[in-house]
Structures are given as C-alpha cells and as structure tokens.
Design a protein around this ligand. Structure first.
Ligand code: HEM
Length: 451
C-alpha cells in the first residue's frame, strides 16, 4: 500500500538531516568513479532500501501513515505549504481535506523540550501566586500608560516593554531600564530566532533545546552573581537557585519562560489595539462599563474584574479572534504509535492547528461545550504554564488603556486617517501590525488618574 504522510505529521527535521547527510557522503565518494545518473539511481535506491528496512522494523503490521498531500522523496511535504507566511491557512485546508486534527489532541505526547521538573516554575506561576504579582503588574501597566502618553506613536514598543519588564521581574527579579534595556534586547533577539525556528521548514534549529546553547551573557547566566551577593529579589530563578537546581536547568527554564511569555502577550495586546480600532462601538461600550465601575475617578484594579462583564467578554473574544499561536507549539512523538489504524512514526512532529475550528465549541450531542476559548494556551500537560500571569497582564493592560485613552486610527501628515490592513507575521507566534493612535479619553482625566 502506498504510504502518504499527513500534513500535520512531519518527520523531524533533525532526522532528515542525518539521513541526507549520510547519503550525501556516500554520493560524494561515488562521484569520483561513476557518472552522475548512476550515482543518482544508487542514491535514491539506498534511501528506499533504508526506509523499507526501517518501516518494517517499526511498523511490522504495515499500517498506513495518516492520509496527507503527495510528498516528495526525502523532504516529504516540507515545501507543500503554499502559504509559507501563514502556514495555518494551508494546514487548515489540509486538515479539512485529510485529518480531523482535533481528535489527535487526545494523544499523550511526551515532548521534552526543556527539562521541566522544577516545581519552582509551576509554583511561581500558579493561580495562588498571581496575587503576589498584582502590585508589580499595576506598577508596570501604569508606567506603560505614562510612556504611551509621552510617545504615543511607539505603541508596539510600549506594549512589548510592558510585557518584557513584567516577565524580567518575575523570572529574573531584574528591573528593566525604561528604554533600550541591554538584557532585554539580547533576550529579544534570541526569542525572535526561536519563534522563527519552530517550523520544520525553518533554517534554524527547530526545537527549544537551542536555549542550552545560549552564550553566558544571555539572560539566565547572570543569576550566579545575583545569588552571590544575596541581593537578588525573589524570582523564579532565585527560587530555583535556593533549591539547588542544576544551572543548565535554570537557564533553560528562565530563557524558555522569557521567550514564551513576551512575544505572545504583546501580540495579544496588539490584537486588542487592532480590535479597538476596527470596532469602535465595542470600545465605547467597554469604556462606559469601566467608568461605571470606577466612577471615572481612579484607575481600574484587579478587584474590578468580576464587575466588568463586557470587558471580560471583550478580552476572551480578542484572544479567540486573533490566535496568538495558531499552530500551538509543535510536539514530537518519542515513540512510534498507532492512532485510529494509522501508523505514526517516532520523531514525528505534530501540529495542532487551532487557527479556526468552531467545531471545538460543539459537543458530540450538538450542544455548546463550556469551553471558554482557552485553546490558545495549548493542551494537556504541557499547557502554557504562564497562562494565569498572561491573562492577568493582558487584562490589566486592556482595562487600563481603555480607562485612559481612546484608541483610533493613526493620522497621516495631511490629517487623514490611515486605513488598516491586518497583517500577520509568519512564525509560531503571529502578530498584527496595528497602526494605532491614542488620545486621552474625554470620559477620564487621562494620566491624572495615575497620580
Ligand atoms: C497570551 C499569552 C500567551 C499565549 C497565547 C501562550 C500560549 C502558549 C502555548 C500555545 C503553549 C504550548 C502549549 C502546548 O505545548 O500545548 C505555551 C507554552 C508555554 N508558555 Fe505560554 N502563552 C502565553 C503567555 C505566557 C507567559 C506570560 C508565560 C510565562 C510567564 C508563558 C510560559 C510558557 C511556558 C514556560 C511554556 C512551555 C510549557 C511546557 O512546555 O510545558 N506563556 N504557551
């Protein structure tokens, strides 16, 4: 039976490289003695033989691979996506055609991107711990509001600084400089490389372990000094040091957390700004609710969250409307497995395309599920550990911005509104380039509320 590979299921890039490298070496030796066509035939033949032997060993029953688009020898469907900038579109199309992907979610993949034992991280980010960060989050969000007021046209930078400075404090206990922080810029460069390297087609290493190769000067390496002089504020890193975790583990956890947190949270906030520009009536209703709860005389606080139903609905809708990680985070099978009669080879990379599947909110009996739209934080035991922190940060930023500003389209030099074309960046985390402008809302006293 002809075996075709599912679009969602790709061989590990590393596995392919090893295979190609081995054959390439054989090829180059043979090229000294034979003509090119002979070498080519031998090359392809050797691959087929190796695959046949391996397939029979791992899959003695000869089960088929899940259905998928036609694939090329060696590279599989590496180049199959015609939307390399928006892979989730192609994968959604393939999903409808070939696989009901949501069912694959039930798998228990044992993916170990990072040595994830440390309980410190889970303790530091669990719902109870969130109370201890509220003061920090409020101070960071108020700083952001002041920054927006001073330099309103650098909106994206302000959103990013807000998320980065909160995370730096929580993870490293490090107070970032208000602008151009050296460590933040180094960490951002590393994060950018990481988020662009998830897809098997990407040129860079496609898994998290790259963080263990980060040079000493990257965040994660400075913690020894902090510890030595005993002045480190409480943070995930300092707690791990106190528990005598291994240095490599601390680095991996800290670096991963920073990378996982900053881009995602600021992307969600960009989507919020975009939504406020595109749906001004929603903005007005949310602002009216905020003013009703605060009386327009103070900044909103976490204690107001339960009273702001419309804002809560807006928050949930924004996160669903613009899936920050439309393909989730790829997981890799550590063993060969069989699912619904299909053979899933070891080292297969599996994507969960969560980009647009309304069906996930409908139960088998046709009624709506009580899913609150949280799939953007992943699934199963590797679900986003920073979910509660992210929710609190994104919510407080949204409510604070709306309490103080009206969000509008930016103006060009002739005073005309600049139209918005939502654009998504490729990679594992997508973000929108919102062309936004803010001005103090008439209903509030602007930054006077922060005094
Ligand atoms: C809107 C913001 C965020 C979104 C949409 C988001 C989304 C995700 C997703 C989809 C995953 C993969 C889950 C899976 O493998 O199934 C993930 C993992 C992770 N996230 Fe987040 N995240 C956000 C914010 C944060 C924050 C603020 C932190 C840290 C404070 C964080 C830390 C992590 C970590 C450490 C992992 C890896 C967990 C593991 O592999 O076990 N994330 N996130």
């Amino acid at each position: 039976m002809a075996h075709r590979r599912s679009p969602f299921i790709r061989r590990s890039g590393l596995g392919c490289e090893r295979l190609e490298y081995r054959h390439f070496r054989i090829t180059s030796t043979l090229m000294l003695d034979f003509s090119y066509p002979v070498v080519l035939v031998l090359f392809v033949f050797s691959i087929l033989v190796e695959r046949y032997i391996k397939k029979n060993k791992d899959n003695p029953a000869g089960l088929p691979l899940p259905p998928g688009p036609p694939r090329l020898p060696i590279v599989g469907n590496l180049f199959g996506s015609k939307d390399l900038g928006a892979q989730w579109l192609t994968y959604a199309e393939w999903g409808r055609k070939y696989v009901l992907m949501v069912k694959l979610m039930d798998w228990s993949f044992n993916v170990g991107f990072i040595p994830y034992g440390p309980s410190s991280m889970h303790q530091a980010l669990n719902p109870q711990a969130m109370l201890s960060y509220q003061g920090l989050q409020l101070s960071k969000v108020h700083q952001m509001i002041r920054n927006i007021l001073v330099i309103p046209h650098e909106m994206e930078a302000h959103l990013r600084t807000f998320t980065a400075s909160t995370i730096m404090q929580v993870v490293y206990g490090y107070e970032m400089a208000p602008q151009d922080d050296l460590f933040a810029s180094i960490a951002d460069r590393a994060s950018e490389m990481l988020t662009n390297s998830f897809f098997p087609g990407a040129a860079l290493v496609n898994t998290f372990p790259m963080f263990q190769y980060l040079p000493e000067w990257c965040p994660g390496a400075g913690f020894k000094n902090l510890h030595a002089n005993g002045t480190a504020p409480q943070s995930i890193v300092s707690q791990m040091i106190q528990k005598h975790e291994e240095e490599a583990v601390i680095k991996a956890v800290a670096g991963t957390t920073y990378a996982a947190a900053v881009e995602t949270s600021s992307s969600a906030l960009s989507a919020f700004m975009m939504a406020m520009i595109m749906f001004p009536e929603v903005q007005k209703t949310a602002q009216a609710e905020i003013d009703h709860v605060t009386g327009g005389t103070r900044m909103p606080d976490f204690g107001d969250r339960e009273s702001m139903v419309y804002l809560e609905a807006t928050y949930r809708k924004v996160l669903r409307w613009c899936q920050v990680t439309p393909l989730g985070v790829p997981h890799m099978t550590t063993e060969s497995d069989v699912y619904n009669g299909y053979f899933i080879p070891k080292d297969t990379i599996v994507f969960a395309n969560i980009w647009f599947m309304p069906e996930r909110f409908i139960q088998e009996d046709g009624t709506l599920s009580d899913d609150l739209g949280q799939q953007q934080f992943g699934f199963g035991r590797r679900i986003c550990v920073g979910k509660y922190l992210a929710e609190a940060s994104v919510w407080i930023a949204m409510v604070s911005i709306l309490a103080v500003f009206d969000v509008k389209k930016a103006m060009d030099e002739f005073g005309g509104e600049i139209d918005i074309t939502p654009q998504y960046t490729p990679g594992v985390i997508m973000s929108q380039k919102a062309v936004a402008m803010v001005q103090p809302a008439p209903s509030s006293t602007g930054c006077g509320l922060l005094a």
